[in-house]
Design a protein around this ligand. Structure first.
Ligand code: SAH
Length: 346
């Protein structure tokens, strides 16, 4: 019987207002319930104390609140926290809290598993089971915000969609979640503090530009040479670099937002001068920033982090070409919470 009931958070505010009118109540009741669901994070209808008992029971008869539950929480020596989050249907995704001096970042998942096949990423070993709903994405953020306040004495400041899944392959739900996260009726966070990271789905990057989104875009590039990129990210054969670049040019023309590239340098894969030359040529069309991220081994030893000379070569050549470059150290490695390690051990 339970499963027949509708997820109340799948309704828009207007739909909720209409529902109450149909039930012979005031539309305003919809606003109250909506506030409970999205700004107060109610887990049950019982929590909605300014709603009459009778109405709460009526809601109970019609709807469910498919709230996530933090199943296990692991803490790293460096303060990073990883949550294994159980969804209403028993599936698990992971999300991570990453504290630094100046910010606390939530790294959230957008899908259960992933349909892409990046060979260096643990999540790609799990096949894609399903997309997350907007409320399931939103709940991950709320859970991390609570942990941030509890363990680090400050609210969450930033969000990155760099957990499990490809956000642009669950675009509508990601957008609706961000809408709740940024609206005053939700968490009221600034979209400028949100980064959506994609392996590069050209059509969807253009759609984002057309939708005039206000959050930031990061592209997991890893190589600007088709042959190399296809060997480590096989879906590149369907979305070759020329298409990706054309989409990014479109994005830049519309948004005038700098593009961030994520990039791991691996030994014998992309650690030569020709690789940096290709990257510089690829980036040229717009102001760019390259984050060189440390490789987090995923157990089988096929990929190895390049040596420090190779990293230094990247940094100096990029800087000489006026491309901003940062070298990122991983966080939370001891609990498999670093980039690409999610789902490593489950
Ligand atoms: N699908 C999205 C978001 C998930 S991955 C995307 O591809 O952008 C988040 C980042 O971690 C990506 O840049 C990804 O390429 C990188 N990553 C994946 N596996 C990694 C690993 N083992 N070590 C370091 N970074 C990794």
């Amino acid at each position: 019987m339970e499963t027949k009931k509708k997820d109340i958070r799948a309704l828009t505010k207007d739909q909720l207002r209409e529902f109450f009118v149909k039930e012979g109540d005031k539309a305003f009741r919809g606003n109250q319930v909506y506030e409970w669901l999205w700004s107060k994070g109610a887990h049950s209808f019982e929590d909605m104390t300014n709603i009459s008992l009778e109405t709460r029971h009526m809601l109970q008869d019609n709807f469910v609140i498919n709230h996530i539950h933090v199943d296990t929480m692991q803490k790293s020596n460096d303060g990073t926290i990883k949550n294994a989050v159980r969804l209403h249907d028993g599936l698990i995704v992971e999300s991570v809290l990453i504290p630094t001096k100046s910010r606390t970042t939530a790294c959230v998942s957008s899908q259960v598993g992933c349909s892409l096949d990046c060979r260096f990423c643990a999540t790609s070993r799990l096949k894609r089971m399903r997309n997350l709903n907007p409320d399931e994405i939103f709940d991950q953020v709320v859970a991390i915000d609570k942990e941030s306040r509890l363990y680090h004495d400050r609210p969450l400041s930033n969000i990155v969609f760099m957990g499990m899944g490809e956000p642009l392959m669950n675009y509508n739900n990601v957008l609706r979640a961000i809408d709740k996260i940024t609206s005053d009726e939700g968490l009221g966070m600034s979209p400028k503090r949100i980064v959506v990271s994609t392996s590069g789905v050209p059509k969807m990057i253009k759609k984002m530009a057309d939708d005039d989104v206000k959050f930031k875009l990061a592209v997991s590039l890893h190589s600007a040479i088709d042959e190399v990129r296809s060997s480590i990210m096989p879906f590149n054969e369907n979305f070759p670099l020329a298409d990706l670049r054309e989409a990014l040019e479109y994005w830049y023309a519309k948004t005038k937002n700098r593009i961030t590239y994520e990039y791991v340098v691996w030994k014998d894969i992309n650690d030569k001068k020709k690789d940096v030359d290709a990257l510089i040529a690829f980036c040229k069309f717009a102001p760019s920033k390259v984050n060189l991220i440390e490789y987090n081994p995923i157990d089988d030893g096929e990929f190895q982090q390049a040596n420090s000379q190779a990293i230094d070569m990247y940094v100096s050549m990029l800087e000489r070409n006026n491309i901003i470059v940062t070298v990122r150290r991983s966080r939370g490695k001891d609990i498999d919470a670093a980039c690409g390690q999610l789902a490593n051990k489950s």
